[in-house]
Design a protein around this ligand. Structure first.
Ligand code: AMP
Length: 217
């Protein structure tokens, strides 16, 4: 089963993708995480991407398309994947279709997580993640059970993303509206799109997604 999770920054795509990954044994492919890994390791690609990311802009299509093409060619992607943060433009969506067709892979569902934009800034500004395993948390909505300790792996250090500052968040939301939202009709026309309420509690959102996927799981 191959899925796309769509939605503006802060919609909770990463959280939902990680939960689906565990439940269905799919792999999460998050272009934002991959780009941040490149930045961390000071690669050329990372240096190029960092300038765009810090300004809340999208990284050029060719860069992310090549990255995804490479990633879905790896063996573990054969059992199915969840794309989180890709595609983000119409050319990326078109390239994805071609890549999948070349590999005789099918896209099963595109799930749009609908959220209220005003709530997003609060959601994004409060989020942080475990520095070791990447588990996501939030100052208000999802605190670790024991303060300062990751629920999942027990590590005691957390990180916040550079681009989660309010001014950059507003630019990222504008990029979503202008460049990413136009891919919704693209998938609607193919009969692949399902929109769900991303404002509900994390577990409720997860249940909605699983209900959609269950017939094929
Ligand atoms: P994310 O973690 O998905 O919010 O992505 C963080 C940043 O990485 C975005 O604001 C973009 O600058 C960049 N990025 C991630 N995925 C893509 C993509 N598919 N196309 C272009 N830029 C991307």
């Amino acid at each position: 089963m191959n899925l796309i999770l769509l939605g503006p920054p802060g919609a909770g795509k990463g959280t939902q993708a990680r939960m689906l990954q565990e439940h269905f044994g799919l792999i999460q492919i998050a272009t934002g995480d991959m780009l941040r890994e490149h930045i961390k390791h000071h690669t050329d690609l990372g240096q190029l991407a960092q300038n765009y990311m810090n300004q809340g802009q999208l990284v050029p299509d060719l860069v992310v398309i090549q990255m995804i093409e490479h990633r879905i060619s790896e063996a573990d992607a054969n059992n199915g994947f969840i794309l989180d943060g890709f595609p983000r433009t119409v050319p990326q969506a078109e390239s994805l279709d071609k890549m999948l067709a070349r590999r005789k892979l099918k896209l099963d569902h595109v799930i749009e997580m609908r959220v209220d934009e005003d709530a997003l800034v609060e959601r994004i500004a409060g989020r942080f993640s475990c520095a070791a395993c990447g588990e996501g948390y939030h100052d208000k909505f999802k605190k670790p059970a024991r303060e300062g300790v990751c629920d999942k792996c027990g590590f005691g250090q957390f990180v916040r993303r550079d681009d989660d500052r309010a001014d950059t968040v507003r630019k990222r939301l504008a990029a979503y509206r202008e460049q990413t939202a136009p891919i919704l009709p693209y998938y609607q026309a193919k009969g692949k799109l399902t929109s769900i309420d991303g404002m509900a509690e994390i577990d409720v959102v997860q249940t909605q997604i699983r209900q959609l996927l269950r017939p094929q799981a």
